[in-house]
Ligand binder design. Sequence first.
Ligand SMILES: Cc1ncc(COP(=O)(O)O)c(C=O)c1O
Length: 348
Amino acid sequence: MFDLEKLVRDNVRKLTPYKSARDEFSGKTGIFLDANENPYGNLNRYPDPYQRELKTAISKIKEIDQERIFLGNGSDEIIDLCFRIFCNPGRDKVLTFTPTYGMYEVSAAVNDIETIKIPLNKNFQIDLEKTRPLLSDNNLKLIFICSPNNPTANTMNYDDVEYIITNFNGIVVIDEAYIDFSEKPSFLKLINRCANLILMHTFSKAFGLAAARVGMAFSSPGIIKFFNKVKPPYNISTINQRAALNKLNNMEGIKNQVLRIRREREKLSEVLKKISVVEMVYPSDANFLLVKVKNADYIYNTLINSNIITRNRSNVVDDCLRITIGKRSENDRLIEAFYKLDHSKSGS
Ligand SMILES: Cc1ncc(COP(=O)(O)O)c(C=O)c1O
């Protein structure tokens, strides 16, 4: 049985959280002499520690109660907080399906948590046979599922993910950083009936706000309370809260941009498939392509020489480059460089 109170680390459950001046008085008008702020300037006041205005807007767009939302300084802060809330250093474990986003393992290591890695199968899907026996390990506290997955670009099978959530008494974190680029449904709907689920979205990808560092977590109100208990009081700056709010006020523009990126993705994928040094372009539900080439190191370096920087992922998927979808002009430059590569290969 999933028991949240038992799952949370003892020290976190017993913790008396820091109370900021804004915790004790959250009214907006008055003479504020409570937070040792400077009375002069535009950015002289501390931000709203609970980002209420931004959460109101998010709650409308994602159709989810505000008490089910937590905002982090990027998803990366949320990942770290998951370890700090649920995992005892030196004792507990996390499960990931590899290859996947590197921060799960790094964040685990920072918190002295062992990472168990189960390789994705040949279709880049979760291997349930290998996963099943681990679900009953009492020291396994967290499972990270990245969907669409970085760097493989595919979404995970719905039934497999649901199986894991319903058969595991720890916390399942689904990272949907790239979900807006996918036609597959989000797992967000499961939040209301799965008490052990944390789902992450971010302003860094579809919203085009990577510089602002705003990540979203959706979960039960009980789990969100623990996030608020352990976070630094003012973890999202006023500037960044405003930047995110501005994006939400222009959803039409965001949707158009996502469409444009998806169209470019399809075009780039079709063109690359016809190039002889390209062996495979994997299907993508994200804003990048995983491309298997004849000699990844050589092609990566040749592209760099043309001033085009891709990500060489051949250390995690054999001879693969991860190529982010850029603007049309940037993608065209990439295509040109690949044509040249093709030409020089055939000429040699
Ligand atoms: C799967 C995945 N999750 C999270 C992130 C980081 O998100 P944020 O910018 O919100 O920290 C990335 C960044 O590349 C990512 O690939």
